[in-house]
Design a protein around this ligand. Structure first.
Ligand SMILES: Cc1cc2nc3c(=O)[nH]c(=O)nc-3n(C[C@H](O)[C@H](O)[C@H](O)COP(=O)(O)OP(=O)(O)OC[C@H]3O[C@@H](n4cnc5c(N)ncnc54)[C@H](O)[C@@H]3O)c2cc1C
Length: 398
């Protein structure tokens, strides 16, 4: 029997298992998805044709063996018997555990529209879904992407690069409203349109037309946009069903303390399924940081997870878009605007501290700005928009 069982073969589950394996603990990772663990974040580059499927694999059999990780793919855990410390696996097997880590991730939200269950209406989360998109894209045709957030836009650009005509439908009046200020969102919409992608804002979808396969998306304004593929990218929900049925404390996500321990001391939860200090994460960096904390706690250290400001980067060719921190803050704004030249930067300041930043165009200095979030930048404010290289030149000249 493995000392520690991790449920979920995504980045947080694997990172936690790696750390435990490196410390000599016997670990078993159980993942519902088929095949070897892969880089979910690089699915967009794969969809766009920049990465082959084989390049996505993060842990092959040798690496897993070297780390001492037993990996069971295509295996869904259906139940947790906390009194007996046993898992019920799909197929009837019972698997005992001493310590359990839940790294269950999120599930994409399927809009409850008539026709949403038709074949060729796909979510954007897994390699299997990308395979299905690529199969349809081989035949060309028209893809409608519902959702103009980060994932929807990455899907749209990928499908366009695979030769499909693409329309993005976004219910709100600007793209990526959680990451971008309106001006930068407008620049992005313009750039996508110039690449031949149709972008429809304030476009509410009310049904998917079709018999077995989707043939169109019906909009509230009465139009139907004919299509061969619908991709829904309208948000995610933490996977909590397993934890809830086992009687663990759950709100939006599975409740954890600073050491990522759930309401049961023998069970930790990490990554997108966990709720720490009122927040569920939706990005890989915090998921990995939580995995490190849980592993260290399981190894006997006293640790405390502290959330840091989220940063997001759109990974599509030709569109440098990055944001960090709170871009909706009611705060003083410093703006650098050369939108005709493809550059726009906005920084939000509260009491001399940088609380949010948006870069559109050149994003290579994003890590420098990310490190300044929360810091007092009063002495830098006159040079802040010009970046690290310029700031260091000024410091050397002074
Ligand atoms: C296309 C795409 C691009 C992305 N790009 C970025 C990016 O550029 N930057 C960024 O920060 N984030 C990005 N993300 C988000 C990032 O992938 C997630 O934040 C990260 O994967 C979360 O890791 P996780 O381990 O919490 O969950 P997941 O990666 O979702 O892994 C959870 C795993 O648990 C399995 N599981 C769930 N329930 C069970 C069960 N009962 N039994 C067995 N297995 C189960 C699931 O099948 C899944 O494989 C992207 C996401 C997608 C879909």
């Amino acid at each position: 029997m493995a000392d520690i069982v991790v449920i979920g073969g995504g980045p947080s589950g694997l990172r936690c298992a790696e750390r435990l394996g490196q410390a000599g603990r016997s670990v078993c990772v159980i993942g519902a998805e088929p095949g070897l663990p892969y880089n979910r974040m690089a699915l967009s580059q794969h969809l766009a044709g920049d990465y082959a499927e084989a390049d996505l694999i993060t842990h092959d059999g040798d690496r897993l063996a070297r780390l001492g990780i037993a990996y069971r793919a295509a295996t869904t855990v259906l139940g947790i018997d906390r009194d007996a410390k046993r898992l019920a696996l799909e197929g009837g097997e019972q698997l005992p555990y001493r310590e359990l880590v839940l790294a269950l991730g999120s599930q994409p939200f399927r809009l409850p529209l008539p026709g949403a269950g038709l074949a060729s209406v796909l979510m954007y989360r897994t390699l299997c879904e990308v395979r299905a998109m690529l199969e349809i894209a081989q035949r060309g045709g028209h893809a409608v992407v519902i959702g103009g957030g980060l994932l929807g836009l990455e899907a749209a650009v990928g499908l366009a690069r695979r030769g499909m005509r693409v329309t993005v439908l976004h219910a709100l009046d600007r793209l990526m409203e959680r990451q971008l200020v309106p001006f930068a969102a407008g620049l992005l919409a313009r750039r996508l349109r110039s690449q031949g992608i149709a972008v429809e804002l304030s476009a509410a979808s009310i049904a998917i037309a079709g018999e077995a396969h989707a043939t169109g998306v019906v909009l509230k304004d009465g139009r139907t946009i004919a299509c061969d593929l619908v991709v829904m990218a309208v948000g995610i929900r933490p996977q909590t069903l397993l934890a809830r049925s086992a009687g663990l404390a759950v709100e939006h996500g599975i409740l954890v303390d600073d050491s990522m321990q759930t309401s049961d001391p023998a069970i930790h939860a990490i990554g997108e399924c966990a709720q720490h200090d009122g927040q569920c994460c939706g990005l890989v960096a915090p998921a990995l940081a939580q995995a490190e904390i849980a592993a260290r706690h399981l190894l006997g250290e006293t640790v405390a997870y502290r959330a840091t400001a989220d940063t997001t980067m759109l990974k599509i060719a030709g569109a440098g878009v990055w944001s960090a921190g709170d871009i909706a803050a009611d705060a003083e704004a410093l703006v650098y605007d050369d939108s005709d030249g493809g550059e726009y930067r906005k920084f939000l300041l509260q009491d001399g501290r940088l609380v949010g930043a948006v870069l559109y165009g050149e994003t290579s200095e994003a890590p420098w700005y990310a490190g300044l979030i929360g810091a007092d930048i009063s002495s830098l404010r006159h040079i802040l928009p010009f970046g690290f290289a310029f700031a260091s030149q000024q410091a050397t000249a002074a």
